[in-house]
Design a protein around this ligand. Sequence first.
Ligand code: PEP
Ligand code: MG
Length: 754
Amino acid sequence: MLDTLRRIVQDISSARDPSEACNLIVAEVKAALHTDVCSVYLSDYPHGEIVLMATDGLRPSAVGKVRLKFGQGLTGLAASRAEPINVEDAPAHSAFRYIAATGESPFHGYIGVPMIHRRRVLGVLVAQQREQSKYDTDTESFLVTLAAQLAGCINQAEIRQALERLSDDTILVPLFLEGVASAPGLGLGEAVVVFPSTALAQVPDKDIEDPEAEAINFRQAVTLELAELQRLSERMRLLLSAGDRALLDAYALLLGSDSLVNGTLERIYAGNWAPGALRATVLEYADIFTEMDDPYLKERSADILDLGQRLLNRLQLEKAVNRQYPKNTILMGEEVSVSQLLDVPPENLKGVVSVRGTGTSHVALLARGLAVPAVFGVSNLPPGRLNGREVAVDGYTMRACIQPSLALRQEYLKLIAQEAEQSRGLQHLRELPAVTIDGHQLKMHANSGLFADIAAARNSGVEGVGLYRSELHFFLRDRFPGEEEQAIIYTRVLRIMEPYPVVLRTLDVGGDKPLPYFPISEQNPFLGWRGIRISLDQPDLFKAQLRAMLRAGSDYSNLSILFPMISSVGELDDALDLLRCAHSELLEDGIPVKMPRVGIMIEVPSAAYQIDTLIRRVDFASIGTNDLTQYLLAVDRNNDRVAKLYDPLHPAVLAVIRHVVDRAKAAGRPVGICGEMAGDPTSALLLLAMGVDSLSMNLGSVLKIKWMIRSITYTAARELLAKVMAFENATAIRESASAFLDQHGLSGLLRVGK
Ligand code: PEP
Ligand code: MG
């Protein structure tokens, strides 16, 4: 059964349009079930009907003509109830509706199974038989399993068909693709589709015209990889044992050996492109080792494959490096990565559209930091077909519009201009404090992590950097930056922001932020080796970073250090020990460093509940609501399937934040927010009412939040908070807070998406 299921799904998934998909389904399912009839009905939502799209067994002339209202007949009932209907004698059932055009009178046994995609019934899969009996439970389970998967295929086929229509220049119907989350803003430009690096075994063969040029490329990749391996081995001296490092030397030896390189070159000169030639050679070579009896030599085949993959990445990387981005680039892909985003010159980047990812994924944060609109979780996006097309990204409605019509295009351009105007209209707030009408003031800080936005932060009216994501610099390199290199970066940041405070967060990689040169393979990365856990396990790396931060702070008085992902008191104590150790070592070396202010991120539930104990050990707390929400609600912040469940206004999240704020204040320590909630007007309103001392957000939100704060009273905000804290769900809380903003003349802020 499983094989049949897989085969059917595979066949259907390549259908060009829904009609082809339906025809394939009826033929294959009828054959698999050995039944008399199989039909597919698809939903026509605007008319509240389902339509017969294909049949094998009923009269073909009925296709496209038979329409049933939801709830009408057995099939309509399966659609409206969204559950299977399995009956022994259809004509005898009270819901049965006889349709002469189909010629269905000889059939008695009936089963109708709805095909549901993301809560929508896309259609019904029906089987009928002459025999007067119910379909057995195995068949029912088979159809239910199949229908669940077919729904996704049909959805894809609908999109493919719409795209096909777009390719016809005479039809100008734009295609809208819906996402589940976004970074606010509007952008219009040309799609540049990026792909993840291909698996070596899947590289196809391709004929080439100029083997000499291809050979030069390949030789260059080998030389660069050899140098890289030597560098890696050198760098790993502190991190890896001599035994582990020997592997890198073995790779270098393999690369230096004739067979791998010459084998590939021979294939290139025979007319295959470098990636194909490399794949063939590496697989042939790896096979020889796999066949060997000696377990040690057998193991070497994995090394050869790994080395092959590295060379392939390098060949592809060289291509990526030389990539030219159009002036108005809309970056699109299955899963746009941080480094792919950083690869585009910021002035060229006008939008991002990604199949996977959500509003709090790090790519989204980066997009917001750069004020680039983005839409994530566009599960219908077929990126391969979109390169070069015009795309509008609407981060407010979480939609991307492929090939907008002329009128729509004008409308987008108008809105983009209006948006720029609104932000100019708020400029007068830049130098004014974030203070409510009745005199309650709090600090506005910026989230940063790049030079591009730190310079902008200086002139944006914020009173400091509340979160400097130090890892972003680590992404811009192909190796860990050394102490010296880091010290230069941090010094520059402190100097630019002086006298305002800067909170440098120590490395927070892992989770959804794997460094390309430090791969971590885990089943549950968000529950795995990330943040402070890596830093504590790699004290050399951690201390190099702490030393660099301390050295930067020696000439300035605005340094704070923040530890991410603390989940226990022991971790904080260990981190503090290493900080003290780095501090005293530097003093011993004659470098006059000062002990900075130290803070802890509260983003893991255990830390929130141990706040009393933790806060005593540090100078301040910063609540990371992005992770706190994901860990409290057990919702992966990057998984678009569950993105609707990810809601920072969930009463449980608000209750925990309030607890942390109250306890930190009771201990006399300042507490701020540095997650995305701080930049969302509705959430910021409630956070203000809780009495937080600072809000740290991306620059694009600063003036809007300041406008909100300056338009309300603290008393009214606290009354609102007292009311909504008793609510049972996020929707009611959001509605109430939005209504409050509306009453205060702030409805303009509510366009900003999640
Ligand atoms: C957070 O988790 O809220 C946070 C600010 O950290 P990051 O988004 O970088 O994980
Ligand atoms: Mg975090």
